[in-house]
Design a protein. Sequence first.
Length: 168
Amino acid sequence: MSKTAIIYSFHTQKSKKVAEKIIDAFGKKNIEPVNAEEINKEVFEQFDNFILSAPTWFDGELPNYWDEFVPELEDMDLKKKKFAVFGLGDQKGYPENFCDAIGILSGIIEDCGGKIVGHTSNEGYTYESSQAEKEGKFVGLAIDQENQARLTNDRVKNWVELLNKELK
Ligand SMILES: Cc1cc2nc3c(=O)[nH]c(=O)nc-3n(C[C@H](O)[C@H](O)[C@H](O)COP(=O)(O)O)c2cc1C
C-alpha cells in the first residue's frame, strides 16, 4: 500500500489548523504528519505520496523552512512520487501575490520529476495575480483564513475527496 505524508510547520497557527482538518478528512491512520522544520532527504525517500503546506510569506515567497530546504530538494529525483500542495494566503492583503508559494513549491517539485495532483478551480477568489494559477486553475488548494475562513471546511472536504482519487 502506498504511504502518504503531510508536511507542514508544527509551529504555525493557521496552517497547522488547516493541516489538521486535512488529516481528519483522510483519517489519522492513513496519513503521517511530518514537521516541515525537521525534514531531510530521507523523509522524501520513505513515502510515495506527499501533501505539502506552503503558506505565502514575504510578498510572494516561500516561508523560511521551505526556502532553506530548496537546494536539497532541487537535487532529488522525485519521479514516481505524487505531490499535492495547499497553501494559506490573503487575497485582500496581497492581491498581486496571492498564494504564490503554492506555485513556487509545485514548480520545484515538477522540475525534480514529481507529479503534482489536486488542482482546483480559482472561482470564488478575488485577486490580481498568483503564481499558483496555471491555465486558469490553481495547481493546489488555496486557503484564505483572513477573508474566507467560512469556506475552508468545504474546500478541504472537496480537495480530500479529489486526492483520494488522484493519489491512488
Ligand atoms: C509579512 C507577511 C507577508 C505575507 N505575504 C503574503 C503574500 O505575498 N501572499 C499571500 O497570499 N499572503 C501573504 N501573507 C498572508 C499569509 O500567508 C497568511 O496570513 C497565512 O494565513 C499565514 O499562514 P501561517 O501563519 O500558517 O504561516 C503574508 C503575511 C504576512 C504577515
